[in-house]
Design a protein around this ligand. Structure first.
Ligand SMILES: Cc1cc2nc3c(=O)[nH]c(=O)nc-3n(C[C@H](O)[C@H](O)[C@H](O)COP(=O)(O)OP(=O)(O)OC[C@H]3O[C@@H](n4cnc5c(N)ncnc54)[C@H](O)[C@@H]3O)c2cc1C
Length: 384
């Protein structure tokens, strides 16, 4: 196994790290207060090639592998994990649009997403529940050359600021479960679409909210893939975002840990630096070990994906372990910093609040463990 990076990868990752330090870190708290991304910043990220690293150049991508895309997410998100919602959703949706959409309909959206000019969202969860996504009820009824969408999506990241969404809707009978679900690309300025905003614990710049579809008329060429095959054809793309989300959360934890190693060499108690107390250093050493192992798992998952090898179980491992580990590590870093970190003076409280959401978003730990069990023990593991 070769763990070295090429000169091109080094250059791109270094550019992403510098961008994070100079353009993202100083405004991390400000973006939370504003409750939205800054569009100029997104466009700059687009110009630098940070959206759609893995997409072909004809769309404005860099045509590189998904492992490199993961390294870019990691480098950017150490300073503001929330921009990762935009980069990762683009990495998830752009390949899906390119593979399953009608080019005249989807290509302009892909180009705009990669330029940082259009914010995408993925609309799956409904008020009735998110884990059992195949039971969704938002209806898409065919009416000659159009579909009419009616129903509600909730808990949608970037709902308040997205320009376009991939929306999952029921086209089959109510009993058809996952076999009656189709996916559509939906411009969010269509008549009949309304949005509401959530008062979230963290990641407020992401703008999570609900999307209401009040008899929204959508041209039939906005269907992605085949009717009723939305789940089978499109959901496997989520393996990719799970590995990327793992890297995003670990990047925040690693940044916090690096700062904490530095802090304990400077801060003194009982006439000695904190670094001289093993009660302080051993938990940090354990965190360093676990972050390292979890990061290698995420990178290996992308490595498998780049080779077209199965990686569903590995992706689910990334998604349950990394967000939980990252949260626990940042909490320990906060405690080592003492009273000063229990305020907005230092970034740890915001990082903790932001990280917690990703133990739910994109699937909870329980659902990820079900995915792993099903890969290992077959359908018996999910009681079917
Ligand atoms: C920060 C954030 C961002 C999000 N972004 C998006 C987005 O962009 N698009 C989108 O569509 N959705 C999004 N979601 C919604 C998210 O995907 C769902 O919240 C998630 O899938 C869980 O669904 P639920 O909240 O309805 O919980 P439920 O499905 O009601 O589950 C409730 C609890 O029961 C557990 N549970 C359920 N079934 C089982 C089982 N069989 N075995 C064991 N435990 C079980 C779950 O793990 C959970 O703890 C986001 C959520 C958050 C918090």
């Amino acid at each position: 196994m070769d763990f070295s990076l090429t000169a091109d990868q080094e250059a791109l990752v270094s550019a992403a790290r510098t961008f994070g330090r100079q353009e993202l870190a100083p405004y991390y708290q400000q973006r939370e207060r504003e409750g939205a991304f800054d569009r100029d910043t997104l466009r700059k990220m687009g110009e630098l090639g940070f959206f759609g690293v893995e997409m072909p150049e004809r769309y404005g991508g860099l045509g590189l592998d998904t492992l490199t895309a993961g390294l870019v997410v990691e480098a950017l998100c150490a300073d503001d994990m929330n921009v990762g919602y935009a980069t990762i959703t683009t990495s998830l949706l752009a390949p899906i649009l390119a593979e399953h959409g009608i080019p005249d309909t989807v290509d302009p959206w892909i180009r705009r997403m990669l330029a940082g000019d259009a914010v995408p969202a993925i609309a799956l969860t409904e008020p009735g529940g998110g884990s059992d996504a195949g039971a969704l009820s938002l209806r898409a009824s065919r009416d000659r050359e159009t579909y009419v969408l009616s129903g509600e999506k909730t808990s949608i990241s970037m709902a308040t600021q997205a320009d376009v969404a991939v929306v999952f809707a029921r086209t089959g009978s109510p009993e058809s479960k996952a076999k009656g679900v189709s996916a559509f690309v939906v411009p969010l300025d269509l008549p009949g679409i309304e949005r509401t905003d959530f008062e979230d614990l963290g990641s407020r710049s992401v703008g999570r909210g609900s999307l209401f579809f009040n008899d929204v008329v959508l041209p039939a060429d906005h269907l992605l893939g085949s009717e009723n095959r939305g789940f089978a054809q499109i959901m496997h793309g989520f393996d990719y975002s799970r590995a990327l989300l793992g890297l995003l959360t670990l990047a925040v934890a690693k940044r916090s840990l690096d700062e904490t190693w530095q802090f304990i060499t400077e801060r003194r108690a009982f006439e000695r630096p904190l670094a001289s107390y093993q009660g302080v250093t051993f938990p940090l050493a354990e965190a360093e070990t676990q972050l390292h192992a979890s990061r290698l798992l995420c990178l290996q998952t992308l490595w498998l994906k780049d080779r077209g090898l199965p990686h569903t179980a590995e992706a689910a491992m990334c998604k349950w372990w990394a967000p939980k580990l990252a949260f626990d590590v940042v909490k320990d870093c906060l405690l080592v910093h003492g009273h000063g970190a229990y305020s907005t003076e230092l970034p740890y409280e915001q990082r903790l609040r932001d990280l917690l959401g990703l133990q739910i978003g994109d699937g909870t730990a329980q659902i990820m463990k079900l995915v792993i069990a099903r890969q290992k023990a077959g359908r018996a593991a999910v009681g079917l």
